[in-house]
Write a protein that binds this ligand. Structure first.
Ligand SMILES: C[S@@+](CC[C@H](N)C(=O)[O-])C[C@H]1O[C@@H](n2cnc3c(N)ncnc32)[C@H](O)[C@@H]1O
Length: 333
């Protein structure tokens, strides 16, 4: 049989993706972009500033230059590219470490996770992701920074919904508070409640105090599957539903609907949705990533519409946001 060289090459490119990810992760873990920025531009200088073996650094840099993360040579000195310069940002660094450590271990159970549609993370760590987050403060901090690194669409949220008029915004599963702070900073007469699990409260309080002040903010800890704070004009569910099964999502929607102040209140669902035909790569990848991490996944637009209807909510309109995110505005029927 003739060997299809191009097909073989394509396979090699794909199956070495994990190696590239680990190489990039190692560069971030060793903080190579910062060391290069500080003028340590040879393998020996990088070895001295990181404590890693010079030969190891040299071999790592050979690959990372070849794939465009860094540029330069041993004799001219290594320099940052746009890619490695972006890794000077703490949120992106935390994303790389999380993806290279805990989430890499979760993906190590891909065969099991896909065969059983159960969480790869739980197979690796013996506990669901959100339970584990409450037990490991450093992991929780990196997780929240990772969520922040994927939050490029937040500044557009006040542009696609009118939060003015003294509205109270309840961010359900609001995490560290970045979305709420973005809205309150854009809309001076809005007030907000950050609702999340107990373990998120200290970090969220500190973040909100530093970014928008606590005058217009309340923090509430609890379990959204039981209840959510009552009396809000706008309820936000941003990237929180993927880990829950359909019945639980209907319960969460129902809790938001019952908590709404009045008939003018709205629920905003901000999430990625998959489509089965003509899917692009990233939503399909994130969907599997959610299976690995939470045991859940992204829903189709039809799927989420049906769940909203089961909870007595109808979609009034939708808006597209950057990063392939969609905003759904729902009202009580
Ligand atoms: C993927 S993060 C999204 C955070 C934030 N909304 C964002 O988009 O950056 C999911 C958040 O939901 C919170 N969460 C998960 N289950 C919850 C529950 N049952 N009750 C309250 N919060 C929950 C988690 O603690 C976490 O902060």
């Amino acid at each position: 049989m003739d060997v299809d060289v191009q097909a073989t090459r394509n396979i090699i490119e794909m199956i070495t993706g994990g190696w590239r990810a680990q190489a990039l992760y190692t560069a971030v873990k060793l903080e190579l972009p910062s060391h290069i920025e500080a003028g340590h531009t040879t393998s020996s200088a990088l070895a001295e500033s990181t404590g890693a073996a010079e030969k190891g650094i040299h071999r790592l840099m050979r690959l990372l230059v070849a794939i465009g993360v860094f540029t330069g040579t041993e004799s001219t000195g290594y320099r940052n590219t746009d890619v490695s310069a972006a890794l000077l940002d703490e949120s992106l660094r935390d994303l790389c470490v999380l993806y290279g450590e805990e989430f890499y271990s979760a993906w190590g159970h891909a065969h099991h996770a896909i065969s059983t549609t159960s969480s790869g993370f739980e197979a690796a760590y013996g506990r669901p992701l959100y339970t584990y987050l409450g037990l490991d403060a450093d992991f929780a901090r990196r997780f929240q920074h990772t969520m922040n690194a994927g939050s490029m669409f937040f500044p557009q949220v006040p542009e696609i919904f009118d939060f003015t008029g003294g509205k109270t915004v309840v961010d359900v599963g609001g995490g560290g508070g970045l979305l709420l702070a973005t809205i309150l900073n854009a809309v001076p007469d809005a007030k907000g409640t950050l609702f999340d699990r107990e373990h998120m409260m200290p970090e969220a309080r500190e973040f909100l105090a530093a970014t928008c002040g606590l005058d217009r903010v309340q923090l509430a800890a609890g379990d959204m599957t039981r209840s959510v704070p009552a009396g809000g004009d706008v309820y936000l569910l941003c990237r929180v539903l993927a880990g829950s099964d359909d019945d639980t999502v209907v319960t969460i929607f129902g809790n938001c609907r019952r908590a709404m102040a009045d008939s003018s209140s709205r629920l905003l669902v901000l999430d990625r949705f998959v489509r089965d035909e003509d899917s692009t790569v990233l939503p399909a990848l994130w969907d599997l990533h959610l299976l690995m991490t939470t045991g859940g996944g992204h829903r189709t637009l039809e799927g989420i519409t049906a769940l909203l209807e089961r909870a007595g909510l109808v979609i009034e309109r939708s808006a597209e946001l950057p990063m392939e995110t969609t905003a759904l505005v729902a009202a009580a029927r």
